[in-house]
Design a protein around this ligand. Structure first.
Ligand code: SUO
Ligand code: CP
Length: 317
């Protein structure tokens, strides 16, 4: 595997899940693969889980790990060609990327949507340049439009907790105080549509996501109806995707907060969220703290999804 970005990159999902469960049973079985190999993690944005779980996964595989926080101590990077660089940006990404590639064997990149320009975000201009100019296999650690390590970890978590072959999984929009990217819901939807699950997306009108990620899902604007019979409730806020509101908050409806009353509509569903989560905006304290909440197992499985992805990249070197 030379790139990990979309569900298709992982190939057969059943095989990937089997491999994940095997890795989870013995996460140090492939130490030889990473010997004398270096992972570089590049962060343009903050992280807790991705940073720790991906480093842990690489260490499980015997790798060395170096981390670059672009906004803390590195030169400020210009990303556009043709700019006269007489401002505060000292170095161009077009030099920085191949230089980074010199010091490592694999690169993970976190680069969120900037919401300046929808086309720039959805063309993945930063991540694509890493693919093109680093000379290394590259994986997404949440880019402008996708967060596949999260979606893979969520899929593993659902497989571990489902009690029927085809569970009903409902991804619901929930309110938030900041305009958030669509990467997490895009990838969750893309991955769920690739399973045989009954997958439903509930969101307010105007909050529909890019159809390239939601094709195959049932989409409704009625949250209560969607929650009926749900086995898993995946809450997430995202800002508007559709023009002319791209990247904006167009809805603050607190009746979409996932509460005990909402969970009572489900088939005793598990609650899921990628974290970090704003309590009592997205989900109430009692729901996230309940025994049906899977937020910690999801985070734990981030180590496993990352290990499978890095392992496959090392194997195909
Ligand atoms: N990697 C997990 C989610 C990251 C990001 N959340 C955030 O930026 C939350 C920030 C805040 O709540 O202040 C998102 O939704 O894509
Ligand atoms: N879920 C997730 O990616 O968390 P971080 O943003 O903390 O890495």
């Amino acid at each position: 595997m030379k790139c990990f970005q979309h569900v298709a990159d992982i190939g057969d999902l059943k095989a990937a899940l089997d491999e994940a469960l095997e890795v989870k049973k013995n996460r140090f079985a492939y130490q030889h693969l990473g010997k004398n190999k270096t992972l570089l993690m590049v962060f343009f944005n903050s992280s807790l889980r991705t940073r720790l779980s991906t480093q842990k996964a690489a260490m499980n595989l015997g790798m060395n790990v170096i981390v670059l926080d672009v906004n803390q101590g590195a030169w400020k990077l210009e990303t556009e060609r043709g700019v006269v660089m007489d401002g505060d940006k000292s170095e161009h990404l077009l030099e920085a990327i191949p230089v980074m590639g010199c010091y490592c064997d694999l690169i993970g990149v976190r680069s969120f949507a900037r919401f300046n320009d929808k086309q720039e975000d959805y063309e993945e201009r930063i991540f694509e340049q890493f693919k093109q100019y680093s000379g290394r296999p590259v994986f997404a650690m949440e880019t402008a439009t996708v967060h596949p390590l999260q979606a893979f970890a969520d899929l593993i978590t659902i497989e571990e907790h489902k009690t029927c072959p085809r569970p009903k999984v409902v991804m619901t929009w929930a309110p938030h105080c900041k305009p958030l990217p669509q990467a997490v819901p895009n990838s969750f939807s893309e991955w769920m549509c690739a399973t045989g699950y009954d997958f439903v997306i509930a969101c307010p009108e105007g909050m529909e996501l890019d159809e390239r990620f939601t094709h195959g899902a049932t989409i409704t604007h009625n949250q209560d109806e969607a929650l009926q019979g749900a086995d898993f409730v995946y809450a997430k806020n995202w800002s508007a995707y559709r023009d002319p509101n791209y990247g904006k908050i167009i809805n603050r409806d607190m009746s979409w907060t996932v509460s005990a009353q909402k969970m009572a509509l489900t088939r005793n569903a598990h609650f899921m969220h990628c974290l970090p989560v704003r309590r009592n905006l997205v989900v109430t304290d009692d729901v996230i703290e309940s025994p049906r909440s899977l937020v910690i197992p999801e985070a734990a499985n981030r180590e496993i999804s990352a290990e499978v992805v890095i392992k496959r990249m090392l194997e195909s070197m």
